[in-house]
Design a protein around this ligand. Sequence first.
Ligand code: ZN
Length: 342
Amino acid sequence: MTTAYTTDARFALHDDSSHPEHAGRLEAISRTLTSSGLAERLLPVTPRPATQDELLAVHAPEHLARIEATRGRARGRLEIDTYVTGHSDEIARLAAGSVLALVDTVLGGEAANGLAAVRPPGHHATPTRAMGFCLLNNVAVAARYAQRQHGLGRVAIVDIDVHHGNGTQDIFYSDPSVLFISTHQSPLYPGTGALGETGAGAGQGTTINVPLPPGVGDKGYHAVMERVITPALRRFAPELLFVSVGFDAHWADPLAQMALSLRGYDALMRQLAALAGELCEGRIVVVLEGGYHLGALANGWVNVVRALLDDADCADPLGPAGVGEPEIDSLIDRILNLHHLP
Ligand code: ZN
């Protein structure tokens, strides 16, 4: 089984060292991957910039123009949380395009699955707005590309970043061909992702939100995976599974209050990889979103590499959260009821 991997040193050109979403995040991943000895077992995929047409499949032209207008300018902000440098337009297009190159590799059969270590992240970017450190919605651009370029019908996106993937939700809210499932802390930025947001029109039922109270950890996430995500994916039967993974649901993350451990993350990723094996010939593409504790981020990401390579190992130098979890059984029951899941 071959696992494809894409990243690029140029992502560091989009940087603000005083911001949580800084270039050191991918540097930490790169160091940990190198010291793991796993890098040489991965098939490297050369990034390319996404084309205007590929981006216009999910973003409005005015949105692309606003980012393009920052080319060569001094560092500033597109909105309160989201900085841009003079290189950000180029780098955001490269981040989105590198996931497309990865999709080509997986759907072309050269690799069974793949990971994209990209920045800036994407899941808060809506069709028309940059938001929450995100400029272009990398995973959404890739999902649409898999459909248009490779002729896929049903594509699923599971978002396990601690924040709601509001941009991805917006892009596919009325689209029955893309199943979007998000687990996220609630309340937390950006405030969307309520239980009752289930899609619209023809897309009614293909958005599944799992808003979790602060403090949910390995046990609660495992229950969500077993009882909600697994039956929902089986019912939808995707031809390709994307995972938007953020490591900010780890207990050590400074931006949120969840309690996943690295072992908990590992269990989730292995279950998602197994579901891809069962449902779509193992085709799983994992795209990096958030994660702001560098140790949790880098070790968590390299554990995903191990999971996709089907290595049994899992590194958890940070250990468990060591606190009790809130009960979420009744929340899960409500979600199952709302979505007519068994
Ligand atoms: Zn996040």
